[in-house]
Each structure stands twice: as C-alpha cells, then as structure tokens.
Design a binder for this molecule. Structure first.
Ligand code: BG6
Length: 518
C-alpha cells in the first residue's frame, strides 16, 4: 500500500505562505500617494489571502510628525478610499496593523538611519525575523540618492543580526535618460549588489503580461509562426483616457515617452520579441530581453522625423460617468506650461534587427486622453497566397490576427476566416476568444501584489535588471534628444477623446492601419 501523502502542487496558497521567509518591510515614501493607492492595498490584500510571511512587520520611515497609531489610522482611511472592498473593521486588519510602526526622520538625516537600524534589530528579536529586510523606495526620485547612501552608511545594505538578507525595491522613474539611469545604477551598485536590487515596472506584475511568456512557450502552435516568415507586423497600444489628474507638474518633465514607452511598452515589446529563455529564471529571461533591446535599430537623427510621431491633446469630449464630458486641453491642465511642448501621445516604428524579426515593424503607440483605456498587443500575420478564394464574390479573406488584451478586458483572441453557413462558399472573419473572467474563477489581482511577493521570495524575474534599463534608455534617449533639437510641433494636434494625431497614420506602410480597439 502506498502510504506517502501526496502534496497537490496546485493547491498553492498554504504552501506559499509556509515557504515565505519572515520579513521586515521598510517603506520610504510612506505618506505618499503610491503607498496609499497601491502598496498598502496590495500588502493588506496579500495578508487577507495568507500570502504574506508570518511574521511580517512594516516600518514606515518618513518625515511627517506621526505616531504608530495615527499612521495606522491613515492607512485604514487609505484602504477605505482606494480598496473599499477590503474589510478594515475585522480581526484581520487589527492583526495586520498591529505590526505597522512609524519612525519619524528626515530622509537625509544619517542619525535617523541609525535609529532605523536599532529599531530593526529590536524587531528582529521581538518577532524572530531572522534579519530579513526589504526596503521599498516609493519616494520621488530626487530622494533615491540620499536614501541609498544613508542605508549603506548605517550598514542596512546587509542583513540583520540573524543572518538573512537585505533587498531593495526601487520605483520608477529610473532616471530620465541614459546618463541619469547609469548614474543611479552606479549609486545603487556602490551600496547594494545587483542581486539585492528589484527595479519595479508594475506592468511586469500584470497577469496578462506574464501570460505572454506562457502563451508563446507553453503552446506548440504559436512558436513556429512567431517570426518574419509569417508575421507582417506587431502593434502595441497603451491608450489611456486619463488626463493629468493633478500630475501636471510631474508630467511636464516626463511626457508619455518617459512615463509609459521607455518602460511599460518596451517591456511588453521585449516579451513579444524575445527568444525562449534557457530556464524560467530571472537571469535567463532578462538575458533574452536585453538581447531584443540591443537588436532594435537605433534611431539616427534623420530617422526620428520619419519613424516617430508626437502629439499633445487639445480640448475635447470624453466619455464620463454621466455621458459626454468636456475635457480641457493639456496646456490648460494644472501645473502645465500654457506653451508646453511636452508630448502626451507618441507613436514609433521600431525595427528588431535579428533573424527572427528582420523586416517586421513593431509599431508602438501610447497616449493620454485617448478614446478608450486599453492596452493591447496585436500580432498581424501575413496574408495567405491569393489563389484559392480570389474568384469568389463574397470572400472576405483577411490575414489572421492575434490580439493579446492586457487590459481592461483581459484575454486573447484570434481572428480567423470561416465559411458562413449556407449553400454557397462564402468566407468571413470570425473571432476565437479567451477571457480571463470566463475561464478562471479567481479575480485578477493588482500587479503590485505579485511583485512584492516575488521580492520577498527573492525572485527577480519580473523586475528590470541594470543593463535592461540602460538598453531601453539607450534606445529612447537619442529620440528625446532629437525631439528637443527640433522645433516644437504645432500642438495641440489631437482632440481629447480621439485616437491621437492624424499624422500617426504616416508611420504605417502599405495597407496597414492602426488598431483601434472597439
Ligand atoms: C504609470 C504611469 O507608470 O502607469 C501613469 O506613471 C499611468 O501615468 C500608469 O497612468 C498606467 O498603469 P496601469 O496599470 O493603470 O495601466
């Protein structure tokens, strides 16, 4: 008789928690927007799902005058505002918040970090944390430098007394161009080893972005076709309906390219274009992604006019909660220069110059205040040889199209030609559709949950490596430089609520058209 107990590897929740190392989570930027909107909801939701280590202690390090109690009350209010479905009146919140502490200090005050170190030693002993520390830099980027240096001076780049580990999660923006990204990498690497650094791009935590790897490499049917022989072109669309929502000051310095394209859109592109990694491990995956970035044809100044389009929204009508609403132009947004030349829309034609992709353009478009909020990848296959159906009167034979819906209607669909029912041979495109909501019981959780969990587990696969970030900036920086040297386009050049400037069509060759999701 077989007496072995079989462990179901798919019943994962308990097994995950049991295997998580205890951890002290130190939050910089603890009173900021990201903490309130994303980090605390993610942590509390993980805790409700029993996906946080036990023990797990949070130490907020910030300059405002608060106590443990008042900070816990702030977090509760943030959850009520930004995650109203999570229960904050029960025992779960009491247990979670009891392990949240507030340490007041200026970010540039070395003595504050000594106190932090002492506090973490106490916490190590009190909760048996085993010296594991995860620092989360959710501050504005101008504070990164002083935090990193002071963590190093206080010896916090090393594990606590119990052994264990010290890791650092750092938020975007990671530099504003190649030079500043390199500088930040150098500063980081003077204090932390690369294996301790987790650079967040929250797009990588999205289920649908992770699914790109699974779709490509866990299925036999796509990979043989995934190359220049069968694919005509690829389109990546990151469209948002949001305008500035109080972020005008930040966006003026950033623009859509730094905000979305250099990071989120290029991450998606690398996952679509990469070769199979040798293993599902952080460095194997990131090695392949870096190769893609390095294969993208660099933009010479003369390419920039032909291969890029930038736009800025004017006033227009957007769908609102109660029908159409009038949106102001970018230049009228709070914190924005009335003569601003900052782009709120950008489109590119990228060429991945390797054997797999030679001659297949990757069109990328991203913008604010567009008609719909939608992130999608569209793989447009080549047309079939036009021999069999061309004499039919009613044969709408189109090239196949695979659409990966990153958000909001998460899933994928494949457009294929099908015979229409009836006595004649007629062909019409139909769609095979996969929807996460219909296929799986579990809701899709926020990307931050997965990323924080992975940093605790020590898995950096979904985080950007130093050379990856620099390769992305290496591609984008010459474009931004060339734009700066050209005169400001006639902005605004698209109306809020539209699909962007007309001139974006000029990027597409032949009969190609921008995909405008319905
Ligand atoms: C952030 C950008 O990184 O991503 C925002 O700074 C943008 O401007 C956001 O709105 C989009 O994220 P998501 O997950 O809503 O698509």
């Amino acid at each position: 008789m077989n007496t072995e107990t079989t462990v179901d590897p798919c019943a994962e929740t308990d097994a995950i928690q049991e295997n998580l190392p205890p951890c002290a989570f130190v939050l910089f930027g603890a009173t900021g927007d990201l903490t309130r909107r994303k980090i605390i909801p993610a942590l509390f939701d993980l805790s409700l799902q029993k996906l946080l280590p036990d023990p797990f202690v949070i130490v907020a390090f910030a300059r405002r005058d608060k106590t443990d109690e008042s900070f816990r009350a702030d977090l509760k209010a943030a959850l009520q505002e930004f995650a109203p479905k999570l229960p904050v009146d029960g025992e779960e919140w009491k247990a979670f918040s009891a392990k949240v502490y507030y340490l007041r200090s200026n970010l540039d005050d070395a003595e504050g970090y000594t106190r932090l170190s002492q506090r973490l030693d106490e916490i190590d002993k009190q909760y048996a944390i085993a010296g594991n520390r995860l620092f989360y830099l959710a501050t504005p980027p101008e504070n990164f430098d002083e935090i990193i240096v002071n963590l190093g001076k206080a010896g916090l780049n090393e594990a606590g007394e119990g052994g264990g580990w010290s890791r650092l999660i750092i938020e975007k923006p990671f530099g504003t161009d190649l030079e500043t990204a390199k500088k930040l990498n150098t500063e980081l690497r003077e204090v932390f080893g690369e294996e301790q650094i987790y650079r967040i791009d929250h797009y990588l935590g999205k289920e649908t972005v992770q699914n790109i790897l699974v779709l490509r490499f866990a299925n036999q049917i796509f990979e043989p076709l995934w190359n220049q022989k069968y694919i005509d072109h690829v389109q990546i669309t990151v469209a948002e309906t949001l305008g500035m929502e109080g972020r005008g000051n930040y966006f003026e310095q950033s623009g859509i390219v730094r905000d979305i394209v250099q990071n989120h859109a290029l991450q998606v592109l690398t996952l679509i274009a990469m070769e199979p990694p040798t293993a599902l491990e952080a460095d194997s995956i990131r090695d392949e992604k870096v190769k893609v970035l390095k294969s993208i044809r660099p933009f010479a100044p003369e390419d920039v006019a032909a291969w890029t389009v930038r736009g800025q929204y004017g006033a227009g009508e957007m769908d609102g909660k109660e029908g159409k609403e009038q949106a102001v132009s970018y230049r009228e947004e709070e914190g924005v220069d009335p003569q601003s030349c900052t782009e709120t829309f950008a489109a590119f034609r990228f060429e991945v110059e390797n054997w797999r992709w030679a001659g297949v353009p990757f069109y990328v478009q991203a913008g604010k205040r567009l008609e719909k909020r939608v992130t999608e990848v569209q793989i447009q296959f080549k047309a079939i040889p036009d021999v069999l159906f061309r004499r039919l009167d009613c044969a709408d034979v189109r090239p196949n199209r695979l659409t990966l819906r990153i958000q909001p209607d998460e899933g994928a669909s494949l457009e294929i030609g099908s015979k229409t029912p009836g006595p004649q041979m007629r062909v019409q495109p139909v769609t095979m559709n996969f929807q996460y909501g219909a296929s799986f019981d579990q809701p899709i959780k926020d990307a931050y949950q997965r990323l924080i969990l992975d940093a605790i587990r020590g898995d950096a696969s979904l985080f950007a490596r130093n050379d990856e970030v620099e390769a992305a900036w290496g591609l984008i920086t010459p474009i931004l430089d060339a734009w700066r040297d050209l005169s400001c386009p006639l902005f605004p050049n698209y109306a809020a609520g539209s699909w962007g400037p007309e001139s974006a069509k000029n990027l597409l060759d032949g009969k190609r058209a921008w995909h405008q999701p319905e």
